[in-house]
Design a protein around this ligand. Structure first.
Ligand SMILES: [Zn+2]
Length: 312
């Protein structure tokens, strides 16, 4: 548990390696506790949160509000384990997605990729999400957050900043008084595949636009979805630049490689992550898929059977 301010803490997962739960911001107020994100929807995940809260002298039953950045199960799966009286706020479709492993799998590795990457056509992830990540038994009632909304949690107020790309409709939440940004999986972090993105998640242009929004904010502390929080405006700015550069560099790298000679999806994958990453999270392939589909769409790349090539 890391203290960010009086009554604001971060509950940090011990590991950053999948399947590790995402970090949780804990905000205490006079009537109880609010969380930003809440980890997996498994019993084990819930016990971990309860234990960490008790180290602050807090009871998990005191949680009255959960504000969610994005609907991935390592950050939002837990919303299904709270009682109905707990207010849940987040992107649209959040409440439905956490209860549907098929829909979640479609976000993470969309069907369109099965055609693009023949060797991944049979990728099975639904059961993994259902069993290991804990999908909710039923859809969860939520309040939909709109861009620019201000959400009051105790004495803190969090502005909803659209940061799509990692997931469609994703928000980072900014507390201007404290200079704290809860940006979850937007900023790159060691020991993760981030920046990670799939087709349909907002695109690389959407991702870069969200990063530009973050760069314009006076952020002193950034709480990432995995790994340590970043302290100081300089380290936040550096992580923002590193993340943008990584996305742009992938676009130019793929273009350069395909200008040299046509290559297959499997071959190109290794330019993005090393083989070990695909062994742990085969859906890392979504990143290459996003770039290829965007390139085909804007006419800079084309597909010939199982090979991809640059145009012009
Ligand atoms: Zn995550």
């Amino acid at each position: 548990m890391t203290r960010l301010h009086d009554h604001v803490h971060v509950l940090q997962a011990r590991s950053t390696f999948w399947p590790a739960p995402g970090n949780i911001v804990v905000i205490q107020d006079d009537v109880g506790v609010a969380l930003i994100d809440c980890g997996f929807g498994t019993e084990e995940g819930r016990d971990g949160v309860a234990e960490a809260l008790s180290s602050l002298g807090l009871d998990i039953r005191a949680v009255h509000t959960v504000l969610v950045t994005h609907p991935h199960l390592d950050h939002a799966g837990g919303i299904g384990l709270f009682e109905e009286r707990v207010r849940v706020l987040g992107p649209s479709r959040l409440g439905v997605l956490v209860a549907n492993a098929h829909a979640t799998a479609e976000l993470i590795f969309p069907t369109v990729l099965r055609d693009l990457a023949p060797e991944r056509a049979d990728l099975e992830i639904v059961e993994h999400f259902e069993t290991d990540c804990g999908t909710s038994a039923a859809p969860v009632a939520t309040t939909v957050v709109e861009p620019g909304d201000v959400i009051h949690l105790g004495r803190t107020r969090w502005e909803a900043i659209p940061t799509p790309g990692h997931e469609d409709g994703m928000y980072s939440y900014f507390e201007p008084e404290l200079g704290i940004l809860a940006c979850s999986d937007v900023l790159a972090a060691k020991g993760t595949a981030i920046p990670w993105y799939a087709p349909g998640g907002g695109g690389t242009a959407g991702y870069l636009a969200g990063l530009a929004r973050i760069a314009d904010l006076p952020v002193d502390i950034a709480v990432r979805g995995h790994g340590d929080a970043l302290f100081g405006a300089d380290s936040v700015a550096e992580a923002t630049t590193i993340t943008s550069d990584r996305i742009r560099n992938r676009t130019s790298l793929i273009r350069r490689e395909l200008t040299a000679r046509p290559r297959s999806f499997a071959d190109l994958e290794l330019e993005i992550y090393n083989q070990r990453v695909y062994g742990v999270i085969p859906w890392a392939a979504s990143v290459l898929g996003t770039h290829l589909l965007e390139g085909i769409e804007d006419g800079t790349l084309r597909r010939d059977g199982d090979l991809f090539a640059a145009v012009g």
